[in-house]
Design a binder for this molecule. Structure first.
Ligand SMILES: Cc1cc2nc3c(=O)[nH]c(=O)nc-3n(C[C@H](O)[C@H](O)[C@H](O)COP(=O)(O)OP(=O)(O)OC[C@H]3O[C@@H](n4cnc5c(N)ncnc54)[C@H](O)[C@@H]3O)c2cc1C
Length: 573
């Protein structure tokens, strides 16, 4: 029997990149929040300047939950489940206060205005037949302009280093001229340039493209009492001096300072309860082997795409026999990923690029081949990719970046590395936009269970012609760029991109929209069916966008929290 706790205003499940922002906004407004986090607290001392630690230490104490419930994958409903989508340790999500913002790569993009209207703008320019068959791609129920104030607040809260390309409609070519109008400059200047980022910028300009410095939450200057980035290049291990915009550094401590946020660590939520009227009443969680029930007026679910869907599907009740908020059968649908194209590398013989001397957040990007910034007529795909190259090469990763024909072990391999490893440049940051399709979805795996006995998520998803064509197109552009920069040889990683390796930019499963027959949550991310339940994170996104998602996740989280504060009386029970 679960121990009954005192009722709170809001129970927030998951204190990651999104949950941290929600906690900050709600507590500043005076609401009492209980934050239930499955992981513990990490500090700078846990965050080592060690490439091996990324895949060893964090697996042991940073990702215990995620590693035990890795989703399974199959490419379509008629193929048996093949493998886990992620090899534990490859690139999994973090469990801890701060979530995956602790070890994320710091790339901090806004979506462009077109991303919010992808379906209607595509039809307007190319006709209805341009939408790939079976794709459920949809417009967002809000515009860029509506989200802009929340992007702005978030950038100033977490600290983003960058250069604006469009302030109130005035374009500046030293930033991204394709971006939507922003109300002011970034809070921090861009991270410093390097020989390689400049080489890429100059060659992009020669190609007629529009390079800009990668926006990053690695702080280029001291920020809110924490020091500036030391350019150590180990952002993926967390920041040992707190020079990063992860929510455990500023947002969550600021929320705790209000004394309105009570953080419960190692608290694993197993279900969300409802009353007979279909309103949520609170959540059940396990801590130290004991079960607790935390009642709340409002429940906000912020456990990342897979767990958001899983908790909804596991929370069956009289009011929701197929899972919470799933009476219209929409939970798990419209899943998609934000993929990477095949990694492209280039050899710049005799040139010391010193890419190991800095961080991956330091890069030169182009937006010319993203969204609808170019004419897609006859190309056979929609959307595109933001891509670019930069620093942050680490020794083990570098040693795996050899061209075809060079052995990947033994003395010939070592000799090649000695002569060339410091002369290999790549375009390592390349997110392309994959689409959702009607035959792809998330559901509960019928056989694989986690150690507590709960089914894990099963992903049914693969790329279709649209994604393969887009991948080829972008890979060619990257190769063209590297050659223009002086690479004598370019090559791509073997194999084709698949959904298996890509699960840390995952979207959908609780789509937002105005039609309850086709979406799970409304335009504010509150459930169509259980009005005091909010779903936070990329699981609500109707499209993936062609760039890393976290800033948008956080801006959307801020907007939902703000809506809750302003409409507390009508939403809370
Ligand atoms: C290696 C890596 C690099 C990345 N780099 C970038 C980047 O450069 N730029 C970018 O934009 N994005 C990047 N991402 C993606 C980014 O980390 C995510 O978009 C972001 O963290 C999602 O925020 P979230 O709050 O939804 O999930 P998370 O930040 O993962 O937080 C979810 C939290 O919920 C907790 N939780 C889960 N289940 C439960 C439960 N049942 N009960 C209680 N708590 C629970 C988890 O422990 C976790 O702390 C990267 C991701 C990875 C893994």
């Amino acid at each position: 029997m679960a121990e009954q706790l005192k009722k709170t205003d809001v129970v927030l499940i998951g204190l990651g990149a999104a949950g941290g922002i929600v906690a900050y906004v709600l507590t500043q407004a005076g609401l009492n929040v209980v934050g239930l986090e499955a992981g513990g607290r990490l500090t700078g001392r846990d965050e080592q300047l060690n490439e091996l630690a990324e895949s060893t230490n964090y697996n042991i104490f940073g990702r215990p939950k995620f590693n035990l419930e890795t989703p399974t994958w199959r490419p379509n409903a008629s193929t048996p489940t093949i493998v886990s989508t992620m090899v534990p340790g490859a690139n999994p999500m973090m469990n801890g206060v701060g979530g995956s913002s602790i070890h994320y790569g710091t790339m901090s993009f806004r979506l462009n205005p077109w991303n919010f209207k992808m379906r209607s703008e595509t039809i307007k320019r190319y006709g209805a037949s341009a939408i790939p068959a079976g794709s459920t791609v949809a417009d967002w129920p809000l515009t860029y302009e509506e989200l802009e104030p929340y992007y702005d607040k978030t950038e100033y809260e977490i600290g983003v280093s960058g250069k604006a390309g469009n302030i109130s409609g005035k374009l500046d070519p030293s930033g991204n001229i394709f971006e939507g109008a922003r109300s002011r400059e970034y809070p921090l200047p861009p991270l410093r340039k390097t020989g390689y980022t400049e080489l890429l910028a100059e060659s992009a300009r020669r190609l007629g493209w529009h390079p800009f410095p990668l926006p990053s939450t690695a702080h280029s200057q001291p920020f809110k009492g924490t020091p500036a980035c030391t350019y150590c290049s180990f952002c993926h291990n967390g920041c040992f001096i707190n020079a990063k915009g992860s929510t455990d550094i500023h947002a969550i401590p600021a929320a705790e300072a209000t004394r309105k946020l009570s953080v419960v660590t190692q608290a694993r939520v197993t279900r969300i309860d409802t009353d007979n009227n279909g309103r949520v009443t609170g959540v059940v969680y396990l801590k130290d082997g004991k079960e607790f029930f935390q009642p709340a007026s409002v429940v906000l679910l912020a456990t990342y795409t897979y767990e958001n869907t899983r908790l909804l599907l596991l929370s069956t009740s009289k009011a929701y026999p197929k899972g919470l908020s799933n009476n219209h059968g929409q939970v798990g649908k419209n899943f998609m990923v934000n993929s990477t194209v095949q990694a492209s590398s280039g050899l710049f013989p005799g040139r010391k690029l010193n890419r190991a001397s800095a961080l991956s957040g330091q890069g030169t990007m182009v937006d010319d081949w993203a969204d609808d910034n170019f004419d897609h007529s006859g190309l056979g795909f929609i959307g595109g990719a933001v891509f670019g190259g930069g620093m942050g090469a680490t020794p083990i990763a570098m040693s795996g970046t050899t061209p075809p024909g060079v052995p990947n072990w033994g003395s010939a391999w070592k000799a090649w590395l000695k002569a060339n490893a410091n002369s290999v440049g790549d375009c390592a940051t390349r997110s392309f936009e994959a689409l959702p399709y009607e035959d792809y979805y998330l559901d509960l795996d019928p056989t694989k269970r986690d150690p507590l006995g709960f089914p894990v998520i099963r992903i049914t998803y693969d790329f279709k012609d649209n994604e393969y064509r887009l991948n080829r197109f972008i890979t060619e552009k990257i190769s063209m760029w590297l050659k223009e920069a002086g690479a004598t040889q370019t090559w791509t990683s073997p194999g084709t991109p698949t959904v298996r390796a890509l699960a840390n930019h995952a979207f959908g499963g609780a789509r937002m929209g105005t039609d309850p027959e086709a979406s799970v949550v409304d335009r504010w991310c509150f459930s169509h069916e259980a009005p005091n339940l909010g779903v936070i994170g990329a699981s609500t996104f109707p499209t993936a966008g062609a760039r890393n998602p976290t800033l948008t996740i956080q801006a959307m989280a801020w907007r939902t929290a703000d809506h809750l504060v302003k409409n507390w009386k009508s939403i809370a029970v």
